[in-house]
Design a protein around this ligand. Structure first.
Ligand code: ACO
Length: 383
């Protein structure tokens, strides 16, 4: 080909696959997991059931659900070497770097590593969903020099995560909120991290390699890392009265406001609407001064951004914007937000790998070369 083709930078608007896992309607602000609305799932289901739905493609009956939950509970403990590495890294590294390294280590304990049969892959996904939450919780404790809290089989997945992280059994409201965040973060079609997981999986590398790729991709502030970055921005604003000045100066300086904008949603992200709703309810439950201030800043910033960029450029709050105040209301620090995203998104990543390996095709796009050709080679001492 000699004529330059149309290049869709960042693969914007390009379909790379077909999938029955989730649908994102960016024009109407809607999201479905396997056909079920995110509103219904976040209100009536729980993370274990949603994970089953994503991975198996249907809601479980009672027996299937109980077996699935039992497996997840049995796999929460981490190998000693993984715990040792987390301990060695946690104090001086970002929790996402610890997650990437410790998550990758799990491959060493899988005796059937390269088995890509559907049932074997699903089994590995269950292990990863279970253990990545433990890795996140243990990382959160060890980075603060706190002791290990063993998992508690009487607790559901998200409640156990919060218990292993904080050492306190959550109240029913706290359990609902952390589980809500796990559900909302579980899946979102071919976003950057899921795509990167599929690229690695498409080479027929193992699922731990694919997951490690996904964790690395999710770390970036344009993707999963935006939740931590949005909280940092709210802390930088400090006082709700500073919000307008901060946002205006940031926009004048061509800075991005973290937690706003989305490649697909050109309206309000439905997940952000749900987080906002629960956060407002939380305000009626005697929040700390910090959380109250954060929400006030967030609501002011939301209004300003919608007035300035929402209606003109389609830049609206995304899921990462209201996460900060909500997680802070559960006592979770900013550096732990993206690790929670990893632990939740494992269900979606896993479901996509299962689906993709059913009809695998190596990802290998093209790029248009813009450099010179046939350059004469000059030996190093003549340059
Ligand atoms: N703040 C200010 N301006 C923005 C923002 C933002 N958050 N997002 C986009 N814009 C502007 C860009 O500056 C650009 O303006 P221009 O046309 O005048 O140059 C225009 O909107 C289009 O932006 P692009 O980066 O080309 O759009 P893209 O679809 O690639 O961006 C992205 C999507 C990366 C998410 C972007 O909105 C962004 O950087 N947001 C902030 C980070 C963030 O919150 N990421 C989380 C996304 S949700 C998730 O991954 C879980």
């Amino acid at each position: 080909m000699t004529e330059k083709p149309v290049i869709n930078f960042g693969l914007e608007g390009i379909y790379v696959d077909e999938s029955a896992i989730s649908k994102v309607d960016g024009q109407n602000g809607k999201l479905w997991y396997r056909g079920y609305t995110i509103e219904d799932l976040s209100e009536h289901s729980n993370f274990e059931e949603v994970s089953y739905l994503l991975v198996y493609g249907k809601l479980p009956n009672k027996k299937e659900y109980e077996e699935f939950v039992k497996k997840m509970k049995e796999r929460r403990e981490l190998p000693k070497e993984v715990m040792d590495v987390i301990k060695a890294m946690a104090k001086d590294s970002h929790p996402m770097d610890v997650m990437r390294t410790a998550g990758s280590m799990l491959a060493m304990y899988d005796k059937d590593l390269n088995n890509k049969e559907k049932d074997a892959t699903i089994d590995k996904v269950i292990t990863l969903i279970s253990k990545l939450a433990s890795i996140a919780a243990v990382t959160g404790r060890f980075r603060k020099g706190m002791s290990y809290i063993p998992p508690d089989k009487s607790l559901g997945h998200s409640a156990n995560f919060l218990y292993m992280l904080t050492g306190k059994k959550p109240t029913p409201t706290e359990e609902k909120l952390i589980d809500l965040m796990f559900i909302l973060h579980a899946e979102h079609s071919t976003n950057a991290s899921t795509f990167s997981v599929l690229v690695t999986a498409s080479t027929l590398a193992d699922i731990y390699a694919a997951t490690t790729t996904g964790i690395g991709t999710l770390k970036g502030p344009l993707h999963g890392g935006a939740d931590e970055a949005a909280l940092k921005m709210m802390y930088a604003i400090g006082d709700p009265a500073n919000t307008e000045k901060y946002i205006e100066e940031a926009l004048e300086g061509k800075q991005r406001i973290m937690g706003f904008g989305h490649r697909v949603y050109k309206v309000y992200d439905p997940r952000a609407k749900i987080v906002r709703k629960y956060l407002e309810e939380r305000m009626g439950q005697n929040p700390s001064e910090e959380v109250r201030k954060l929400l006030e800043i967030a609501l002011k910033a939301e209004k300003l951004m919608i007035d300035k960029l929402g209606k003109t450029k389609g830049i609206w709050p995304n899921i990462d914007f209201f996460s900060g105040p909500l997680y802070r209301s559960l006592g979770i620090e900013g550096e732990m937000f993206t690790p929670i995203f990893v632990a939740s998104r494992m269900s979606g990543w896993g479901a996509h790998v299962v689906e993709y390996w059913n009809n695998n095709k190596l990802f290998r796009p093209l790029e248009w070369y813009t450099g010179p050709l046939d350059v004469p080679y000059i030996p190093i001492d003549k340059r």
